[in-house]
Design a protein around this ligand. Structure first.
Ligand code: FA5
Length: 340
């Protein structure tokens, strides 16, 4: 039996050595050490031996178990290490391969215009303001000298949320907020943002569009300051390439009021379908702040004057980039957006 055990040790070592997977190794363990193993077969015959021989065989069987278990564990580690090395080898990163291109977006053309405006006005000492898009009738109309029932309200028919709240029809309510906050002190701000109107959509009109408001209030502010500022603004954006003109106009919150047009980029002033034959495209409304507006916000109408303007961002972008339909800005066509 001693010889049998020695032969079994040899067989076990040899077979375990040639195993290549953990699964096969577990099977070998069961076949050499398990309940139905060759070792158990030998042990079952122990009862027929003398006490002395039984003791000796018990000792040998124990040594066999220890040796085979050690061999199995060494082999297990070897197989596991090999698997890790293989994985590392397979996953090796070739840093010389070209990388995957990350798709980057670009600024929307309307945002580029807003940033350009902000840069120009910050350079002239203006502060940038924000205002709510859901606005109260009080700020959108009343504080701007447009009391309930005023006929000029009709030009800015809007989306009402309830009787006193609406989507703002222009950025001008920010004038009222700013003046109330400034409590009688001079102000110099611009405020870009979204506005909404019940306008029928066409090539130059949208029911949702962007404006940038400007407001300067102080002592000795004149119409000449307004004209100089707007001329500078137009020349900064259009780089002197397109002519501008001032036209008398009417806004209840400015007196006198003007509208500024820029020469149509498509026909260069000759008249075409885009500019509806006029040769010009209107970009902004402006004027000297009405004394009633100053007074409602707590300013002394005899001491303070101001000018204000509201420019349409889409109209500027259309003129600057030669875009002939305002709806292009909102349909998110990559072929359009990629050009900026
Ligand atoms: C106003 O909204 C005045 N709040 C502007 C103002 C501010 C005047 C301060 C005086 C003092 P108006 O409705 O004209 O004015 O609009 C101003 C500009 O917004 C227009 O010149 C035009 O460029 C743009 N705009 C107006 N309606 C639309 C529209 N439906 N779609 C796209 N742009 C528009």
């Amino acid at each position: 039996m001693k010889d049998q055990l020695e032969k079994l040790t040899e067989d076990a070592f040899c077979e375990i050595e040639h195993v290549e997977t953990i699964h096969d190794l577990n099977e070998k363990k069961a076949s050499f050490l398990g309940k139905k193993s060759k070792l158990q077969e030998i042990m079952s015959k122990m009862k027929d031996l003398t006490a002395e021989a039984r003791k000796e065989l018990g000792l040998l069987a124990n040594q066999f178990k220890i040796k085979v278990e050690e061999k199995i564990e060494t082999k297990r580690k070897e197989i596991e290490d090999k698997a890790v090395l293989k994985k590392l080898e397979e996953e090796k990163i070739d840093v010389t391969l070209p990388g995957k291109k990350i798709k980057t977006g670009t600024l929307h053309p309307l945002m580029s215009i807003i940033e350009e405006l902000e840069d120009a006005f910050i350079g002239m000492g203006y502060q940038i303001k924000e205002g709510p898009e859901v606005e109260e009738d009080l700020y959108n109309f009343e504080m701007l000298n447009l009391p309930k029932g005023h006929p000029a309200r009709e030009m800015q028919d809007s989306f009402y949320i309830n009787e006193t709240t609406l989507l703002r029809t222009h950025t001008s309510p920010v004038q009222a907020h700013t003046l109330l906050e400034a409590k009688g002190k001079p102000v110099k701000i611009i405020c870009p943002g979204k506005v909404y109107r019940r306008d029928a959509d066409d090539a130059t009109h949208s029911h949702q569009f962007m404006q940038c408001e400007g407001l300067v209030v102080g002592e000795n502010v004149t119409m000449a300051d307004l004209k100089g500022t707007l001329t500078h603004l137009a020349h900064t954006i259009f780089k002197d390439e397109l002519e501008i003109r001032f036209r008398p106009s009417f806004f209840p919150f400015t007196e006198p009021s003007v509208e500024v047009d820029v020469q149509c980029f498509k026909c260069k002033g000759k008249g075409c379908s885009l500019c509806k034959g006029s040769g010009w495209i209107e970009i902004l409304g402006a004027g000297m702040v009405h004394p009633n507006v100053l007074e409602m916000a707590g300013y002394d109408r005899n001491k303070y004057q101001g000018f204000a303007f509201g420019v349409g961002i889409e109209r500027i972008a259309m003129l600057k980039y030669g875009i002939d339909d305002i709806r292009q800005f909102y349909i998110n066509d990559e072929r359009f957006l990629k050009q900026f």
